[in-house]
Design a protein around this ligand. Structure first.
Ligand SMILES: [Zn+2]
Ligand SMILES: [Zn+2]
Length: 334
């Protein structure tokens, strides 16, 4: 089964947290957390359309500058999401530079930022040609758990506690569509941009009885099909993947309940495991999880694959202990 989502941690488990998710067939990516993003190529960073920041501790937000540097001067809009205080954090970052020459730029890069509160969102825009000043007073809209809804995917968030509001995220594909190459060949169809339109028509729930035209450029032909019939012949439609990302949370009843509800049945959970269970008191004091707590949460949520990360540097050389503790806790709940 080929998923639309291909998540990968940006750094090693002892380095800054962050997840990069290229979207298959879209030449676009999503990012969770913006710590050190230097291992990503400029090309990959520029694919990012939406970045979701758990909280603005430096290890989760210092990469904003790198991103801004690369996007500046380009004809792009970058969507950013973060917790309470996020708009001020962004405005502070943008105010740290001098923008006297940006009116000369041909393209007007812009940032659209969303700050998440328990029952509402505050949204503002920042345009390069306006020296990145806030475009207006923040717009207030309702928040019911979803930050992004596209035909192919949804990103949900919950507000967790890390001695400050910290967001947990989950991305869910609606479903994914695999094209059966042999069937294309059998029908004498070549691959091309029409496949993207075809998939989009399925994601948008077009009437299966509607007509769909396949334009083959090489052969210079246009053939008409019934959409549903074509889908039955060339597409394998499978349930969407769910990928979740939890970083920097204290273990508490309220956090545990919210995390389990958010990440329930995830195909892949990325979760911080800062400390070993024997250092549980330190974890509590620093508002982080232990490996055992992370594994238990994953197990209780019925997660299929688990990747722990954000290890405390005190365990350098002992990472096996963290991996084995988290996996043991996961197995215990099965
Ligand atoms: Zn952190
Ligand atoms: Zn933190």
């Amino acid at each position: 089964m080929r998923s639309f989502l291909h998540p990968k941690l940006i750094n090693g488990p002892f380095d800054d947290p962050g997840l990069f998710i290229p979207l298959f067939f879209e030449n676009r990516a999503l990012m969770f957390d913006l710590g050190d993003i230097s291992p990503l190529s400029p090309r990959d960073i520029l694919k990012t359309s939406h970045a979701f920041v758990t909280h603005t501790h430096m290890d989760h937000f210092a990469g904003f500058d790198r991103m801004l540097r690369l996007f500046l001067g380009r004809d792009k809009e970058l969507h950013l999401y973060g917790p309470e205080g996020f708009l001020k954090n962004i405005e502070g970052k943008l105010a740290g530079y001098t923008w006297n020459l940006v009116d000369n730029f041909k393209y007007c890069f812009s940032i659209r930022a969303t700050e998440v509160h328990p029952d509402h969102l505050l949204v503002n825009s920042y345009f390069c040609h306006d020296k990145f000043l806030p475009a207006h007073a923040p717009e207030k809209t309702a928040f019911s758990g979803k930050l992004l809804e596209e035909p192919a995917l949804t990103v949900s968030a919950v507000i967790l506690d890390h001695n400050l509001p910290c967001l947990g995220f989950s991305i869910k594909e609606r479903f994914h569509i695999n094209i059966i190459k042999e069937q294309l060949e059998r029908l004498g169809l070549e691959t091309g941009p029409w496949l993207r339109q075809f998939k989009q028509a399925l994601y948008d729930h077009y009437d299966p009885d509607s007509e769909f035209e396949v334009i083959c450029k090489k052969k210079d032909t246009a053939r008409k099909f019934v959409l549903g019939e074509l889908a039955r012949q060339i597409a394998l439609i499978t349930p969407g993947q769910k990928v979740s990302y939890i970083a920097d949370v204290v273990y508490s009843k309220s956090n545990a309940e919210k995390i389990i509800a958010l990440v329930k049945n995830s195909d892949h959970l990325f979760i911080e495991t800062a400390f070993l269970e024997k250092h549980r008191d330190t974890a509590l004091q620093k508002h982080h999880l232990t490996a055992a707590q992370a594994g238990t949460l994953a197990g209780q949520a019925g997660v299929k694959q688990l990747t722990p990360f954000h290890f405390s540097p005190r365990y350098i050389g002992q990472e096996d202990l963290l991996y084995s503790e988290v996996m043991a806790a996961l197995k215990k709940t099965l």
